[in-house]
Design a protein around this ligand. Structure first.
Ligand SMILES: [Zn+2]
Length: 255
């Protein structure tokens, strides 16, 4: 069985002590990873990881938390990184929950990255928190050709709105949280080929690992829950989400 974790941050300091070990076990377990950049530095680190491992792929982007520093200089550097082997732009988007950057600057940085994605013909990794209405209207205006709403946490209506835009849903550990019935309904409300699985490692560990560091191997628990909800064998859900990830990011992982 092969699994594809479409959102991880293995370059983060949480993995400083045992990164090689984690990567070695992922190769053995046949878990491919999209390592997602959140600023210029982590975008470069993601590209480095991808150069070293044929089952790791990199994205380059600036998270809404850092949107306040998204100057034209940063945009130019990001574009250079994108031409050095990135398979997607992001993560980018809007976070009006933590509001770590002014909202107008978040919208500007988001639009700029959606346009970069269009120019480079790359999919986008999207982050949205407590900003749904603005997020949706920016997407409707900028129309990214393809991409994934990572850590999707909405209900069935929101899931359908994402699919109607031609985008995928990134489903992670929260699918296993007891209170998340709305999310479980959402993953039953959309076609299976619109669903990708992810961990957001080191964050958002699935049950029963909440409170601990997450790692991409735990994507298995997300796939198992997805399969149960869709009434299908785990291997079938693994194959389907693997194929969707390979297609969306145009990659062929090797272990
Ligand atoms: Zn992330």
């Amino acid at each position: 069985m092969r699994l594809f974790d479409t959102h991880a941050h293995l370059d983060f300091p949480h993995f400083r002590a045992d990164r090689d070990e984690v990567l070695r076990s992922l190769r053995e377990e046949r878990v491919a990873i999209l390592n997602v950049g959140t600023d210029l530095r982590s975008s470069e680190a993601s590209l480095d990881l991808a150069r070293q491992h044929a089952f790791v792929f990199a994205t380059c982007g600036v998270h809404p938390h850092g949107a306040g520093e998204f100057t034209t200089e940063v945009e130019t550097q990001l574009d250079t990184l994108l031409r050095n082997g990135a398979v997607a732009v992001g993560e980018c988007g809007l976070d009006f929950y933590r509001d770590l950057s002014p909202r107008d600057l978040q919208v500007a940085a988001f639009r700029a990255q959606l346009r970069l994605a269009r120019r480079r013909d790359l999919p986008v990794i999207l982050h949205e928190r407590a900003a749904w209405e603005t997020f949706l209207s920016v997407l409707r205006e900028e129309r990214p050709p393809r991409g994934v709403v990572h850590a999707f946490s909405g209900n069935a209506a929101r899931a359908r709105a994402i699919v109607a835009l031609g985008l995928h849903l990134g489903i992670g550990g929260p699918l296993t949280y007891p209170k998340n019935d709305a999310l479980r309904q959402a993953v039953r409300a959309v076609p299976l080929d619109r669903i990708l699985v992810e961990t957001d490692s080191p964050y958002l560990p699935p049950e029963p690992y909440r409170g601990k560091r997450n790692d991409p191997g735990k994507v298995r628990l997300v796939v198992a829950r997805l399969a149960a909800l869709r009434g299908m064998p785990v291997a079938e859900a693994a194959d389907a989400t693997w194929a969707s990830a390979c297609q969306l990011f145009a990659v062929s992982p090797r272990f």
